[in-house]
Design a protein around this ligand. Structure first.
Ligand code: UDP
Ligand code: MG
Length: 312
């Protein structure tokens, strides 16, 4: 019988922890496989830590990792995978947007297809703002057109991965992990599972606009060199425009059809346009250098404060 682990990152989730534990436990009780739940407390500042401690004390199948501070959603899931020794793992959100009641169906599909990954695709998303829906839609489509790997559309980190995938994942050294992308990138047999994403049961999103933006730009920068090529393309366009302008003004001067002396407008245009192109290009370059800087420092992705029920 394959052992199944659930990986659940939590950041300031005191409003949902108890209910999340109750619902997932109820589902796990109906499954024959041996199971465990790995909660990662991503440096919460509310009662999340105490609540998880209480649960871990009563239930030996609940493992808890406390981070030393808030490192972010992706590092939390990464820690869950690193600390998982089960044969299968399912990553889900603490807010129950990914209903644990689907776990038996996901397991059945994995077995039937002998899949290494079952990624859950959102047919619909309840309780999300129109802005989030639109930006998410744009994001997944842009990612696909920009990156060298093909990603399935409209999938989050809610997915089942098997030991093979976890072992490969453990070998990835990059610090800025875009997990859903990396799991696609790893390959093996990956099959979709369609579901309706529910609304958060309580509390509010831990992904404010600023985090959403850095998540999206990280994903793009780590998976695509296209922005660099776009910058290069922009440079070429600027050069061509410059040459055309130069020829036009020279001919104008010779044949007298352009009043180049009063050329304040054209000079200003040229300076601003080329200045802009240069800044954009340097900016794109700088962003990639920033990533190299972070990667080269090779700091750990997360720091563990305490662990519960890992009996090592
Ligand atoms: N999360 C986390 N660290 C963070 C932000 C979020 O561990 O810095 C967790 C959060 O507790 C939740 C999951 O990641 O279990 C997804 O976050 P959320 O539901 O707020 O995102 P949304 O569903 O609104 O995109
Ligand atoms: Mg959520």
């Amino acid at each position: 019988m394959k052992k199944l682990a659930l990986i659940i990152p939590c950041y300031n989730e005191e409003m949902v922890i108890a209910e999340a534990y109750r619902r997932t436990k109820a589902v796990l009780d109906t499954i024959q496989n041996p199971t465990e739940i790995i909660f990662i407390n991503d440096g919460s500042r509310d009662k999340t830590r105490e609540l998880l401690e209480e649960i871990a004390k009563k239930d030996a199948e609940v493992k808890v990792i406390h981070f030393s501070r808030n490192f972010g959603h992706q590092p939390a899931v990464t820690a869950g995978i690193h600390h998982c020794d089960a044969d299968l793992a399912i990553i889900l959100d603490a807010d129950m947007q990914d209903p644990p009641e689907l776990i038996p169906d996901i397991l059945a599909l994995q077995e039937q297809e002998e899949a290494n990954v079952v990624y859950c695709v959102r047919k619909s998303r309840a309780g999300e703002s129109r802005f989030k829906l639109l930006t998410a839609k744009m994001f997944y489509r842009t990612m696909n057109s920009m990156s060298e790997v093909d990603f399935p559309l409209d999938t989050g980190d809610f997915r089942l991965i098997d030991r093979k995938v976890m072992d490969e994942f453990d070998r990835l050294k990059e610090k800025g992990k875009y997990i859903r992308g990396l799991i696609s990138w790893v390959g093996f047999k990956q099959v979709p599972f369609y579901y309706e994403r529910e609304a958060r049961i309580a509390g509010e999103t831990k992904y404010p606009l600023s985090k959403m933006f850095s998540f999206a730009s990280n994903a793009l920068l780590y998976f695509s060199k296209r922005p660099l090529k776009l910058a290069l393309g922009l440079g070429f366009v600027a050069v061509v425009v410059g040459i055309i302008l130069a020829v036009w003004f020279t001919l104008g001067k010779i044949y007298g059809f352009s009043n180049a002396e009063s050329g304040w407008t054209s000079i200003m245009f040229t300076i601003i346009f080329f200045g802009g192109v240069q800044l954009i290009t340097v900016g794109v370059l700088g962003t990639y250098i920033g990533i190299l800087f972070d990667e080269i420092k090779a700091r750990p992705e997360y720091i563990v404060d305490e662990k519960r029920n890992f009996n090592e």
